[in-house]
Design a protein around this ligand. Sequence first.
Ligand code: LRH
Length: 493
Amino acid sequence: AGDTVFAAVDLGATSGRVMTGRVGPGTLVLTEAHRFANTPVRLPDGLHWDVLALYQGMLDGLRAAGRSGPVASIGIDTWAVDYGLLDADGALLGMPFHYRDGRSKGMSERLPDGCGAAELYAVSGLQHLPFNTVFQLLAHRATVQWEAARTLLLIPDLLVHWLTGSVGAEITNASTTGLFDARGGGWSDELIGRLGLARSLFPPLREPGDPAGTLLAHAAEATGLPAGTPVTTVASHDTASAVVAVPAREPDFAYVSCGTWSLAGLELDAPVLSEESRAANFTNERGVDGTVRYLRNIMGMWLLEECRRTWDREAPALGLARLLTAAAAAEPFAAVIDPDDETFLAPGDMPSRIDAYLLRTGQTPPGAPGGYVRCVLESLALAHRRTLRRAAELTGRDPTRIHLVGGGSRNELLCQWTADASGLPVTAGPAEATALGNILLQARAHGLVGDLAGLRRLVARTQPLRHYEPRGNGRAWDRAEARLSPGPVRADA
Ligand code: LRH
């Protein structure tokens, strides 16, 4: 009684879900209302998101959410960087592209004078990824659609638009476009102008907590929720929502938001735009309340997901539990990879690409699935360690604990190995950090919860967490790391 229910729409690269969050004084209960697959589709012109299927999944999920009682508000988050273009009538121009499509590869080498990688970083502070929105736009510019485009909406903003009719750009996600001024906190008119893009494509910014409109009649009809149900702006970049729900009690914490990607880094008050930071490819994405998410993308569970897709095509599906048992029994450090090698980015046969990497670096491919899974998880643990140590060096901070949140926090091997490799304790969970962050910002907009530290204490008090201590075998991890360093493969490693 007295509790308020919020609906979080959280779309990830492999699945979408609608969760309800019941918030009361000191209580927070998260329930899954609906989950559906997110299956990208390859068309003749490239790889696309099935945005209509995602929209329908969201509508079905909102209907399911409404069955347990009145919904006070809705919030939407998804992965970053991707977008739809609207024409002057507000119609979507074509199916949005998937960031793994590859059409923008190489665009960063064809930047106009005055907009080289260093100039872009100095303003946007964004890590270089071949699919940053800015590079996708430069590729898009060569199409007929481009002529008709009047408004760019990032994916969560597009879904909000379809529900409410309102047009805006949520700020945490806008900060992943490459066209956002990390210091000034707004669209960079300067970069947009220098790249020859129309400023009018980019809608007014919104902050998490701002109202985003109310359900239109067609959306009310499709969800069974009352017309006029509020939609609240949340941290619409899923990673930003996940960082909101990091259950930190200590001021100096590191986080790894681990799902399809591992996003590993620190929360800062101000961006770090140094040349060193750029060379290390750290990003300064916007968090809530003016914070900066200083982190690096690591290829993440994608490597494992894509291995499983390959194996499942060849033979009856091997369940995850069995794969993890096999990995635990496999030989330690038999093979290590740099998860961020660009050959791993595109969809397709992952075991073969791991083999090719291992052969190229003088290592022996694993013979069986357990060996691949062990290789992937140990390599991710090493990447977590390497990234967080570099983040600490570049910022002068000294984190005392790693919070590992997201679906990857259910993977006990990965959590323990991250603790062992880094020599720091790991707190694992919540697995649904993104949905929780989404709910909490709606609850805050409704005056139910307090500041960021308070939100995090509420998560720590109410959500199941696991703790992992490093087991003191750091030397073995040092040797594994040394094998990844550039130069000849060392015989003693
Ligand atoms: C994780 C994520 C990440 C982005 C990537 C495109 O879901 O939002 O933060 O870099 O997707």
